[in-house]
Design a protein around this ligand. Structure first.
Ligand code: ADP
Length: 419
């Protein structure tokens, strides 16, 4: 299976989101964690998950180019640079500088930029990014602690992050289809533009944009715009039908949930699980020691592990309890304590035969994946939108990594075939 699409994502859950989109559209896809340092796994598409969104610009550029080197060495025919559908970045970058460096690496002079993801309410119109019915700058993103987005005009935003010129392919052209889009991009490139922001407010627009980008060395955007890329490879006879794109090795062994997200969605999911499965709520305030907390949890799990009904071990707590632990230890130390405890719990559960594990929380997932020494995730079918089952290597277990707000109330049961 030759590698076709090489992807670089600027954060972990964004990488999974993109990988899932590619699987849904018929590409066997593997997510690799960090810049690969060995041979790449076999797949139609490989997504390298970096943590470059808010890293210093030089580091983000160096890691992205190193990732591109590895993907190109493995034969990738096109590079996709994935960022957030809310264009999360600062005045300095990192979207512009990384895209500039990738274009240089590829010897190319032009790329499109389109973060639109209509299914999640992200649309671009006249170059302005909307979140639902609000402009980006009035969507709450203007208050983001790390990447406040105060300007909704992406031509201006990207323009401040690059020394190249940025143009626009507006709605009326995108609406006219792939041929019109291709012509408009050619004119912009010939007119000296390095980038074009592309309007898109529907999946039909994204598919047309994907088709128009067939010959581009670099495509940049949210996971939405990747929707149209697999078809190019099929049309070129490079990608056979893959009815089994989401197939993973057979799952067997005991199942468990480890939760460190304190989001409303996760707290609701734990509440729901209480009526259907054994649930342990860790008391980090009573036992502020990671090893001791993990030992308590593993002792509790002993004898409760089952191949059908998960044990649920949660540090998740409502805001007043989180605030109490933070007041005692400081915010970062409180987070680190809980993450370390849950990572130990996950490792202990796997050592005791758990082979299907759901982790709730983005940071918590990062801690667990790193503790388990996972280097690659083969992407399977989605449990709920944005959260697929994956097969983690070299650990050889099934993992579902749920970012805090994702998933329906019955997620922890549904993941294991209940409900
Ligand atoms: P989300 O995806 O919802 O943002 P994360 O795992 O990224 O979830 O972040 C949740 C953070 O809260 C983690 O650092 C976790 O360790 C921390 N945390 C979890 N439970 C508690 C608690 N009871 N008190 C304080 N911090 C907690």
């Amino acid at each position: 299976m030759p590698l076709l699409l090489g992807c670089i994502a600027d954060d972990f859950t964004g990488a999974t989101d993109l990988a899932s989109m590619l699987v849904r559209n018929g590409m066997a896809t593997v997510q690799v964690i960090g810049v690969p340092d060995g041979p790449l796994p076999e797949a139609d598409a490989v997504v390298v998950a970096l943590k470059s969104r808010t890293a210093p610009v030089r580091q983000a550029v160096a890691e992205s180019v190193a990732a591109a080197d590895a993907l190109l060495a493995a034969g990738a025919r096109q590079i996709f640079f994935k960022y957030c559908s809310t264009f999360d970045s600062t005045e300095e970058g990192n979207i512009g500088p990384v895209a500039d460096a990738l274009l240089r690496r590829l010897g190319a002079g032009f790329a499109l930029a389109c973060p639109a993801f209509p299914a999640n309410g992200r649309g671009v119109f006249q170059g302005h990014l909307f979140v639902g019915s609000r402009l980006l700058s009035e969507s709450g993103m203007e208050n983001h602690p790390l990447t406040p987005m105060r300007d909704p005009d992406l031509v201006r935003v990207l323009g401040r992050q690059t020394d190249g010129a940025v143009g626009l392919v507006p709605f009326a052209v995108v609406e006219a289809g792939a041929g019109a889009i291709r012509d408009a991009m050619t004119r912009l490139a010939e007119g000296g533009r390095r980038y074009a922001i592309l309007d898109a407010v529907s999946d039909a627009h994204l598919l047309a944009i994907g088709e128009a980008a067939e010959s581009h060395a670099l495509v940049t955007g949210g996971s939405g715009v990747a929707m149209g890329l697999p078809e190019n490879f099929r049309r070129a006879g490079l990608l056979p039908p893959r009815p089994d794109a989401a197939a993973l090795p057979r799952a067997s062994g005991a199942c468990a949930v480890v939760a460190g997200s304190c989001s409303r969605a996760t707290l609701g999911q734990i509440g729901f699980a209480r009526d259907h499965a054994p649930v342990l709520e860790l008391d980090a305030l009573g036992t502020p020691d990671a090893a001791a907390l993990a030992a308590q949890a593993l002792a509790w799990a002993e004898g409760r592990l089952d191949a059908e009904t998960p044990v649920v071990i949660a540090a998740s707590a409502p805001p007043e309890r989180v605030a109490a632990l933070q007041a005692r230890l400081g915010r970062d130390a409180a987070g680190a304590l809980v993450e370390q405890a849950l990572a130990e719990v996950a490792a202990g559960l796997v050592a005791r035969g758990v082979a299907r594990l759901v982790v709730a929380g983005g940071e918590t997932s990062g801690a667990v994946v790193s503790r388990l020494g996972v280097t690659a995730l083969r992407i399977g079918a989605e449990i709920d939108p944005g959260v697929p089952w994956t097969y983690a290597e070299p650990a050889g277990i099934h993992l579902a990594l749920k970012s805090g707000n994702f998933g329906a109330r019955d997620f922890f049961l549904k993941a294991f075939g209940h409900g």
